[in-house]
Design a protein around this ligand. Structure first.
Ligand code: 1CP
Length: 341
């Protein structure tokens, strides 16, 4: 497993080719995914080890990516502790009773060993099936989870979340502590079952200024990464629109920082702490342009990625649902060929 290019790049060791995987590589862009999910609601799929295993493997078989990402969702641990929520097709996570006061916050209990047995089982099945290909476990970071819980669903402006963060710092602290414990529990479950790296998605934290991030988010993500340091697994940290926060995301304790498409990797390399590898960062919309454009932009990213201390090729955010899978397959092969030594 040590020889896997993905793990080597995370650890900033020389690689035989630049490793590639895609955020949201499993999912709606794949016809085989749409087929197996046809009659199964999202959260039911996330609770069935057979489905988790099949869906996680689909992009690995199709694209020959260098890592698999566990098929689940950031709200799965919240569902597991009894929060009434659903994932609605075409919308995303929707919470029945948004949490905006202390009684709601107190309902957020710790993950217990029996809560996520299907995750443990699915990770075990996947590690057997993947052989020497690494499995990335993941979780949503406290801010992003807080946004879904407080807003009640996807949000553009995060106004209720910010109102609580700015206006009720003690309740915010209690909420973030509890969410950090839940996030850690979800990550630990995946690592202890055999995941060989983890990615912490703080997808919506780009909505904050650096000052607010430092005061109201960094302490909790730092705590999570600190608790994970007992394991030998690389820790990746990613958020959308985080150009101004890249230094702080690496300060939180990540080994690898994911970069969206707004900041070129050579610039990002100057913003993160020394000794941090970078992941990214092709704009997912580029995949709808002619192949020559995809190839040219990919070459540019690979060249800028050489400024980083370790580079994992990825998109700047998730695969868009109407992406042509053949383009992702061609892109994976292209990165492998261009960087082969
Ligand atoms: O019916 C369906 O197919 C549901 C679509 C879907 C899928 C395939 C959702 C609903 N979640 C997922 C799987 C998923 N979610 C994965 C595993 C697949 C893979 O990466 O290959 C992962 C890593 C996630 C993580 C996730 N869920 C994030 C962080 C990543 C990101 O995109 O920034 C977030 C923000 C969510 C919430 C969520 N779940 C689903 C949707 C549509 C959303 C986003 C909604 C919004 O815009 O707020």
């Amino acid at each position: 497993m040590q020889e896997s290019p993905f793990l080597r790049a995370c650890r900033r060791l020389p690689v035989t080719h630049t490793p590639v995987w895609f955020m949201r590589q499993a999912g709606r862009s794949l016809p085989e995914y749409r087929r197996v999910r046809a009659d199964v609601p999202m959260l039911e799929a996330c609770a069935r080890p057979d489905m988790i295993t099949e869906i996680t493997m689909q992009p690995v078989r199709r694209y020959d990516v260098d890592a698999a990402i566990f098929f689940s969702d950031i709200v799965v641990p919240l569902k597991a502790i009894g929060i009434d929520l659903d994932i609605k097709p075409g919308v995303g996570p929707v919470v029945a009773d948004p949490i905006r006061e202390a009684t709601g916050v107190k309902r957020l209990r710790e993950i217990e060993p029996d809560d996520l047995t299907y995750v443990t089982e699915a990770v075990g099945l996947l590690v057997d099936e993947l052989g020497d290909k690494p499995l990335i476990g993941f979780a949503g970071a406290p801010f992003t989870l807080a946004s879904y819980l407080i807003e009640g669903g996807p949000s553009k402006n995060h106004e209720h979340t910010k109102a609580l963060m700015y206006g009720e710092p003690e309740l915010w602290d209690e909420l973030m502590r509890r969410l950090a414990t839940i996030t850690l529990g979800f990550l630990r479950t995946q690592i202890e079952a055999g995941a060989s790296a983890v990615q912490l998605f703080d997808s919506w934290v780009g909505a904050l200024s650096a000052e607010d991030y430092r005061a109201s988010v960094l302490p909790y993500t730092s705590w999570i990464f600190g608790q994970l340091s007992e394991y030998e697994v690389p820790r990746i940290h990613f958020g959308v629109g985080t150009g101004e926060l890249l230094g702080l995301l690496s300060e939180a304790g990540a080994d690898v920082v994911g970069v969206d498409w707004r900041v070129p990797l050579d610039k990002a390399a100057q913003r993160v702490q020394p000794g941090t590898a970078l992941q990214g960062n092709l704009d997912p919309a580029t995949l709808f342009a002619p192949w020559e454009v995809v190839a040219e932009r990919t070459r540019d990213i690979l060249s800028r990625g050489r400024a980083a201390d370790g580079h994992i090729f990825n998109l700047g955010h998730g695969v868009l649902p109407s992406t042509d899978p053949d383009v992702l397959q061609r892109l994976t092969a292209f990165v492998h060929e261009e960087t082969a030594v």
